[in-house]
Design a protein around this ligand. Structure first.
Ligand SMILES: [Zn+2]
Length: 148
């Protein structure tokens, strides 16, 4: 399954939970189908924003750095090694993505990046705080100064 689809499915399930579907009719029976797809579209928007926000050259540099320290002897037949990825593996990419911003990671002393929010019900937290959004949220189409 493509990563895009995997991420969107995980985030959608976080937001609305497991839903029941009528496979024959292609409809969600436990919430409006259009609402389910709207949440999926929103989670796709989150993924696309994350993809734009990641500093990919930094990620690759940090992942390659970790790989040299933690996996210097990884062999091509190891399931975590992918020749197409060059001098990194999936584990190192993950740890580099989750590295905090306290300077260059010291992979030798701290090979695992922090997981500080593994059980946070993030959709609930977002929903509880959306009422604060209007005060400071800038919408480029609604709020841009008129030129005509
Ligand atoms: Zn590695």
């Amino acid at each position: 399954m493509p990563n895009r689809r995997r991420v969107v499915e995980v985030l959608t399930q976080d937001a609305v939970g497991a839903q029941q579907w009528n496979g024959a009719r292609g409809e969600c029976v436990t919430m409006p189908t259009d609402a389910y797809y709207a949440v999926q579209d929103a989670m796709t928007a989150v993924l696309e924003r994350v993809a734009r926000a990641v500093d990919w050259p930094r990620l690759l540099t940090e992942a390659a750095s970790r790989h040299l320290v933690v996996h210097p002897d990884l062999e091509p037949d190891d399931r975590h090694w992918n020749p197409a990825a060059g001098a990194v593996c999936g584990e190192c990419l993950c740890e580099a993505l989750l590295a905090d911003d306290r300077g260059a990671p010291n992979w030798r002393d701290h090979p695992v990046s922090p997981r500080e929010q593994p059980h946070t019900d993030w959709p609930r937290v977002v929903a509880d705080n959306l009422h604060h959004r209007a005060a400071s949220h800038y919408h480029p189409y609604r709020d841009a100064p008129r030129t005509t």
